[in-house]
Design a protein around this ligand. Structure first.
Ligand code: FER
Length: 358
């Protein structure tokens, strides 16, 4: 697991070596490394933007978090269903249990009118998925350079275990988890990168999600519809789009969690690039008459080496603009699976509390 962490650190160093961003945030004090050892190649570094050739390189540390040891930072304290946030996912919910049959990931495609092409998604279906039942749905968005396999191929995020164990304990109903490809471009040759043009498809995902993917899922699978049964979560770039989508379409999602959200919703410059932003700081809020999510969680690790304190800044902006949400920090977590597990667990815990009270 250390090798992945080292490769992310080296990757970040190669970006820092460009030295093109004067205003940086949360930079680590790392020694310079030989370029040849780098896990990704910095191809150009001009006008505060960096293009990175990600072809064939392992970018999974961005897409689904830095890998950590199983159960590292898991909490052993006894779980109590209440309205409190548990900073870490309790180990009893992220551990594989012998008596639980977990859901399985499968893959599907849909035609996207937004992107004018077929697009893929991974979908976690409960082990006893049946057309005779209807299930709530969580849309779970990956990080930059990711795709629909980022979460399903990474066994250390414990998505199956957390959903399966909480359902087995009767805390939540069996829930379908859809992991889309969030890069909503109509140009098959366009690739993600740390520059504004390469990020447009991420901000375009809202159109693909609402107009193409959600209708597809609702017609192809036995799902409950409506905001009470429709949840949204995302990690890093997926966390950024989770916040953006929630502010634009708050009536669609009852329960939302943005984990370690990346910068760029509002204008800023971080160590990777200068972000034009999609909305202004004043627009970072729900519209006055909006139907809002029941719970809107924003969280981040206290040791996040990639997005630093940007999630906290989103929280502060939302607070300043009077938009209700829950903010918490995950002690000791980096840009990693401890943050993902914590965010997912607390999202489901809020859903569990609603179920218990209904
Ligand atoms: C950035 C910092 C972080 C950024 C994206 C990220 C597009 C995303 C990281 C991830 O998804 O892991 O400035 O700009």
């Amino acid at each position: 697991m250390k090798s992945k962490r080292v490769s992310l650190i080296i990757a970040l160093m190669s970006v820092a070596m460009c030295g093109c961003n004067p205003k940086t945030q949360g930079e680590s004090s790392m020694a310079l490394a030989n370029d040849k050892e780098n896990n990704m190649t910095v191809e150009s570094c001009k006008e505060n933007s960096i293009s990175i050739d990600n072809s064939g390189k392992d970018m999974s540390s961005f897409a689904s978090g830095i890998k950590t040891d199983d159960n590292e930072k898991a909490s052993d304290t006894e779980f109590v269903l209440n309205d409190e946030i548990d900073e870490h996912c309790p180990s009893s919910y992220e551990t594989t249990r012998k008596d639980v049959t977990y859901g399985n990931f499968t893959h599907g495609t849909y035609y996207s009118k937004t992107c004018k092409m077929d697009r893929g998604y991974s979908i976690l279906l409960p082990s006893d998925y049946s057309k005779d039942k209807k299930y709530p749905v969580l849309y779970l968005l990956h990080g930059i350079f990711g795709d629909e396999y980022s979460f399903s191929n990474d066994k250390s995020n414990k998505i199956r275990e957390i959903e399966g164990n909480m359902a087995a304990d009767g805390l939540i109903d069996d829930t379908i988890i859809v992991c889309p490809n969030m890069y909503a471009t109509s140009d098959p040759n366009q690739k993600p990168g740390f520059d504004n043009k390469s990020c447009i498809p991420y901000d375009n995902f809202i159109n693909d999600l609402v107009n193409d993917l959600m209708p597809h899922i609702e017609s192809e699978y036995s799902v409950l519809t409506g905001r009470e049964n429709t949840y949204l979560a995302g990690f890093s770039m997926g966390g950024r789009e989770t916040i953006y989508i929630t502010l634009q379409r708050p009536e669609l999602f009852g329960y939302v969690c943005a984990i370690s959200a990346a910068p760029g919703i509002v204008p800023t410059t971080d160590k990777f690039m200068t972000h034009k932003g999609t909305i202004t700081e004043d627009e970072m809020k729900f519209k006055d008459d909006a139907i809002k999510p029941d719970k809107f969680i924003i969280c981040c690790g206290t040791k996040d080496s990639v997005v630093g304190t940007y999630p906290k800044q989103y929280h502060e902006l939302l607070e300043k603009n009077g938009s209700k949400h829950i903010w918490y920090e995950i002690p000791g977590a980096d840009h990693d699976n401890n943050a993902i597990k914590s965010g997912l667990f607390n999202l489901f815990k809020k859903i569990a509390l609603k179920k218990a009270n209904s």
